[in-house]
Ligand binder design. Structure first.
Ligand SMILES: *Cc1c(COP(=O)(O)O)cnc(C)c1O
Length: 386
C-alpha cells in the first residue's frame, strides 16, 4: 500500500506527438516568438469562436496586460472573487489600481451576481464604482456571464473573464472564451490546468483595438507597423515604443506544445467530466457536498471539489495525504492573505468564501487518472468518513 506512487490532484498529459512537436521547433529557425505562436493563437481563437487571441508567458501576465488594455490605472478600482488564485487580484495592484472583492455564490462558489448587484448599487452612491470586474470561472464552471454583462452595461465596467480553469467548457451553448458577454477572456496553460504549454497564458477578445494594445504590451510597447507610428518611419529597421510594455512573449517551443495539446482539448474535458461523474456516483451516500452543476453549462472540470463538515476537513485532508493522495484546498480566500490584510481586509469581510474555505477539499482529477487510482481515493474517503 505505502509503495503506491503519489496520486496528485492535477497533472499534465504529454503524448509522443507533443514531444515531437517541441523537438521539431528546436530544429527550426525560431525558438522565441515565431510562426508557431501565431498558429497557436489561431487555434485558441477558432476553438473559442473569438476574433483574436494573444499568447503570453503566463495567465498572470495575461491578466496584467488585459487590465492595462482596459485602461485600468491609479485611482481606479478592480473587483474580483475572493475564491481564486492571488493573480486574479494582483493584476489590479500591478496597474496601481485598488482591489476589492465580491462574495461567492454558496452553490457554485463563483462570484455571486446578487452580491455583485448589491455592491454596485452601494458603490454608485459612494462614487466608488469599479472600472474592471474579473469574474473567475471556478473549477471550470462558467459564472453567470449574461447577468454580469448586463450589470457591466448598466454600471459601466469592463468585464475580463478569468477562465484559467475553463478552456473547453461551455456556457449557454457557446465555448467559454467566445467573449459574447465580456470584453476579454484570460486562459492559463500551466501544467495543472486543462491544456498546457509548460508556462503560458493567453487573452482572447473580439475587439480590434484591445487586440492591438495587447500585442504591443506583451513586447515592450513597441510597434513595427508604420501605420501606428507617430511621424514617419526612418526605414526598414525602424520601430517605435509607444507605451510602457513588457517582455511577456511566449516561445515557439511552448506554442508548438500548445497546438498539439489543443487537438486533445475536447478529449481531456470529456475524460474529466467522465471521472467527475464517477466521483458523483461513488460519493453520493457519504456526508459530503458534491459540486453543483448548472444545467445551462458544461464545466471543463479543472477541479473536483467536495465540502465536508469543517470539523472533519483537516482530518480528511491529513489522512488522504498520509496515503499519498495529494488532495489540495482551493482557495484560501485572497483577502485573508497577509499582503491583503495589510491593505485593510480582514476575516468576516466575505463570509461565504470564508465558510466555503473551511470545508473544501479538491480531489485528484486529471485525464490520465486511472479508474483504479480513483477507486483508491474513493475507498480512502469512505474509510475516513465512516
Ligand atoms: C492558475 C491561475 C492563474 C495564474 O495562472 P499562471 O498561468 O500560473 O500565471 C490565474 N487565475 C486563476 C484562477 C488560476 O487558477
Amino acid at each position: 500500500m505505502m509503495n503506491r506512487s503519489p496520486i496528485p490532484y492535477g497533472r499534465q498529459d504529454i503524448s509522443r506527438e507533443d514531444i515531437d512537436a517541441v523537438v521539431d521547433i528546436l530544429r527550426s529557425d525560431f525558438l522565441t516568438q515565431g510562426p508557431a505562436v501565431g498558429r497557436f493563437e489561431r487555434s485558441v481563437a477558432d476553438y473559442c469562436h473569438a476574433g483574436h487571441a494573444v499568447a503570453v508567458n503566463s495567465a498572470t501576465s495575461a491578466l496584467h496586460i488585459a487590465c492595462l488594455a482596459a485602461g485600468l490605472g491609479p485611482g481606479d478600482i478592480l473587483w474580483t472573487s475572493p475564491n481564486t488564485f492571488v493573480a486574479s487580484a494582483n493584476c489590479g495592484l500591478y496597474c496601481g489600481a485598488s482591489v476589492d472583492f465580491v462574495d461567492i455564490d454558496p452553490n457554485t462558489y463563483n462570484m455571486s451576481v446578487v452580491s455583485l448587484e448589491k455592491k454596485l448599487k452601494l458603490a454608485r452612491q459612494s462614487g466608488r464604482l469599479p472600472k474592471v470586474v474579473i469574474p473567475v470561472h471556478f473549477s471550470g464552471q462558467s459564472c453567470e456571464m449574461k447577468r454580469i454583462a448586463e450589470l457591466g452595461r448598466e454600471f459601466g465596467f469592463t468585464v475580463i473573464e478569468d477562465a484559467s480553469h475553463a478552456i473547453g467548457g461551455r456556457y449557454l451553448g457557446k465555448p467559454v472564451g467566445s467573449c459574447q458577454f465580456s470584453d476579454m477572456t484570460v486562459f492559463s496553460f500551466h501544467p495543472v490546468k486543462i491544456v498546457t504549454t509548460g508556462e503560458g497564458g493567453g487573452v482572447v477578445t473580439n475587439n480590434e483595438a484591445l487586440h492591438d494594445k495587447l500585442i504591443r504590451l506583451r513586447s515592450h510597447g513597441i510597434t513595427r507597423d508604420p501605420a501606428l507610428m507617430k511621424g514617419k518611419s526612418d526605414g526598414g529597421w525602424y520601430y517605435q515604443q509607444l507605451e510602457l510594455g513588457f517582455n511577456y512573449r511566449m516561445t515557439d517551443l511552448q506554442a508548438a506544445l500548445g497546438i498539439s495539446q489543443m487537438s486533445r482539448l475536447d478529449a481531456f474535458v470529456a475524460r474529466r467530466n467522465e471521472l467527475a461523474g464517477r466521483y458523483d456516483e461513488a460519493l453520493s451516500g457519504l456526508p459530503v457536498r458534491l459540486p453543483f452543476q448548472d444545467p445551462g453549462g458544461y464545466s471543463a472540470f479543472h477541479l473536483y471539489v467536495i465540502r465536508v463538515l469543517s470539523n472533519q476537513r483537516d482530518l480528511v485532508f491529513d489522512t488522504l495525504r498520509k496515503e499519498n493522495i495529494l488532495v489540495n484546498v482551493h482557495y484560501i480566500p485572497v483577502h485573508l492573505q497577509p499582503y491583503y490584510r495589510e491593505l485593510g481586509f480582514s476575516a468576516g469581510d466575505f463570509p461565504e468564501a470564508e465558510h466555503y474555505y473551511k470545508e473544501t477539499i479538491s480531489l485528484p482529477l486529471f485525464p490520465k487518472l486511472s479508474e483504479h487510482q480513483q477507486d483508491t481515493v474513493i475507498s480512502c474517503l469512505k474509510k475516513v468518513l465512516s
